[in-house]
Ligand binder design. Structure first.
Ligand SMILES: C[S@@+](CC[C@H](N)C(=O)[O-])C[C@H]1O[C@@H](n2cnc3c(N)ncnc32)[C@H](O)[C@@H]1O
Length: 246
């Protein structure tokens, strides 16, 4: 009898040590990366595939942006790729009077975010047309959205995974809804904003003693891994509406 118990305990221990970790890895990848294939993601207009998010994920950046707009009272903010809505909830603490839209291409995320939202000045949508109805935003946050990770990790060229062309197209779309003097805030992008054509209309801003734009690998306009991975900018101010305007 005692022997049987030892065997049971041993089998249980073995499962815990072998099957569970394996299952957890499969679960993680299924939830974050294999939700849809890269081919489907391209077709549907996805950038990042993973949903990963958490509350107050970028405190230094949020705090700096808040200080920059301290003289403005009623502002309109877009959280582009808001996932389950934690980002909008966090932004409310920094911008008590702002109207905040949380947009995510994945409707299930928006349904979850909307369900737990009791703030009438935060709206969630998975329809880009609804975002465009607002016309112009004072701040657009696209945090950990304009990338594909972990797919692009340890790659020398990502043209077949997530191309600069796709990144630039998305940036151009975001630029079209940012008002003059408005801010575009990016973090964890696979490419450099300053390589895009619209960056001519923006000035990069530096946060004192903060040199972090995300840890995921960065690539050049030809989709090749950059030798220098250091890029300090995450906040960009729109100084003119068109490349030709002053
Ligand atoms: C890693 S989460 C980032 C969530 C949040 N911004 C944060 O940093 O915690 C990326 C989110 O971007 C969304 N996303 C990807 N492509 C998008 C697109 N083209 N338009 C809107 N959302 C998109 C995904 O559905 C996912 O919820």
């Amino acid at each position: 009898m005692a022997d049987n118990n030892y065997i049971k305990v041993f089998i249980h221990w073995l499962i815990k040590k072998t099957v569970y970790p394996f299952y957890r890895i499969i679960y993680f990848y299924k939830k974050n990366c294999w939700r849809i294939s890269i081919h489907q993601a391209d077709k549907l207009g996805y950038n990042q595939i993973s949903n990963t998010t958490e509350e107050n994920r970028y405190p230094e950046i949020f705090d700096y942006v808040k200080k920059m707009l301290s003289d403005k009272n009623e502002i309109c903010i877009l959280s582009f790729g808001c996932s389950y809505g934690w980002e909008c909830k966090s932004l409310r603490n920094y911008f008590p009077n702002a109207f905040i839209i949380g947009y995510d291409i994945f409707k299930e995320n928006i349904d979850i975010a909307a369900k737990k939202n009791d703030d009438c000045n935060i709206k969630f949508t998975s329809e880009w047309e609804n975002v465009k109805k607002e016309k112009y935003f004072d701040i657009v946050f696209a945090m950990s959205v304009l990338c594909r990770t972990p797919h692009t990790i340890n790659k020398k060229n990502i043209s077949k995974i997530y191309s600069f062309e796709r990144f630039e197209k998305q940036i151009t779309e975001l630029d079209s809804i940012i008002r003059k003097d408005g801010l575009l805030v990016l973090y964890n992008t696979n490419f450099l904003f300053t390589d895009t054509i619209v960056s001519e209309k923006y000035e990069p801003l530096s946060i004192p003693n903060f040199y972090d734009s995300g840890r995921i690998p960065k690539f050049d306009k030809n989709n090749k891994l950059l030798e220098n991975q250091e890029y300090q900018y995450s906040i960009f101010r729109k100084t003119r509406n068109d490349a030709t305007d002053n």
